[in-house]
Ligand binder design. Structure first.
Ligand code: SF4
Length: 157
């Protein structure tokens, strides 16, 4: 089965938050829950972030927390394959490749610290709710946006 896995960020002191992080990272918080459908997932933002404790993560049941939760944690910067030394290329591709799925800014509690927001502003937030960190059913556009090799290949043709 094709699986799309978004970045495994490691902690970095005072770094902005990566909004597609892994739950085992120190300081990780759950800030959204994926609902919608498999074909059209959509994040519902929590009123306030919850620390990604074992108890909270166990609420994902039999699936991985990153299949049903959006988790933020300090971004590792150059330790992540998506970071080019200045920018997060993942959100650059998301903004370039994916349609907006929100009509107004989502009520996202991590916005002041979010790297995607700091880098791309409203354009990131209008596309962000369709992102699932572990997505077993990405459509072609999502796959192309989130996999740098697929993206580069499609833009070199
Ligand atoms: S891009 Fe916007 S909506 Fe997504 S996590 Fe960052 S601030 Fe929240």
């Amino acid at each position: 089965m094709k699986r799309l896995s978004l970045p495994l960020c490691s902690p970095a002191k005072d770094a902005p938050l990566c909004p597609s992080s892994q739950p085992e990272m120190p300081g990780a918080v759950v800030f959204g829950v994926i609902d919608g459908t498999i074909e059209r997932p959509h994040v519902t933002h929590l009123v306030q972030p919850l620390p990604a404790t074992d108890e909270v993560l166990s609420l994902s049941g039999p699936v991985m927390p990153t299949e049903v939760f959006r988790i933020a944690a300090p971004c590792v910067g150059t330790g992540c394959k998506h970071f080019d030394g200045s920018n997060c290329r993942l959100v650059t591709r998301i903004v370039d490749q994916l349609p907006a799925v929100a009509e107004v800014l989502p009520p996202c509690t991590i916005r002041p610290s979010c790297r995607w927001w700091q880098q791309e502003g409203k354009a990131a937030c209008m596309r962000c709710p369709q992102i699932v960190t572990h997505n077993y059913f990405p459509d072609a556009a999502v796959f192309g946006a989130c996999d740098p090799n697929v993206y580069e290949a499609s833009h070199s043709e």
